[in-house]
Design a protein. Structure first.
Length: 94
C-alpha cells in the first residue's frame, strides 16, 4: 500500500482553491467535467475547489495536466499569495 502525503498550509490550500476555480472557469469546464478529467469524484473535486481538503501530489499533477499548467507556476503563485495574503486576487482591475 502506498500512502501519499502532500501538506499545504491552510492559506496555501485556500490560494490553491482560488486558482483551481479560476483556471477551471477560464477553460470553460464545469466541476463535473473537471472531476471526470482528473479521475476524481465530483464531491472530492468540489471540496478541493472549496479549500476543504488538501490535494494529494498525484491530484495536483492530474489537475495541472488537465489544465495544461506548469506545476512550478502553481507553486510560485500559491506561495506569493500565501506570503502577501492579497485579497485583491479575486477583484477585477479598475
Amino acid at each position: 500500500m502506498r500512502i501519499e502525503v502532500f501538506i499545504m498550509s491552510k492559506s496555501a490550500a485556500k490560494n490553491f482553491a482560488k486558482l483551481l476555480k479560476q483556471y477551471r472557469i477560464m477553460n470553460d469546464l464545469t466541476q463535473d467535467e473537471m472531476a471526470f478529467r482528473c479521475g476524481l469524484s465530483t464531491r472530492h473535486y468540489q471540496n478541493l475547489e472549496a479549500g476543504k481538503v488538501n490535494p494529494s501530489l498525484t491530484t495536483v499533477i492530474r489537475i495541472a495536466t488537465v489544465l495544461d499548467l506548469d506545476l512550478n507556476c502553481l507553486k510560485v503563485i500559491s506561495e506569493f499569495n500565501d506570503e502577501f495574503e492579497n485579497d485583491d486576487f479575486d477583484k477585477p482591475n479598475d
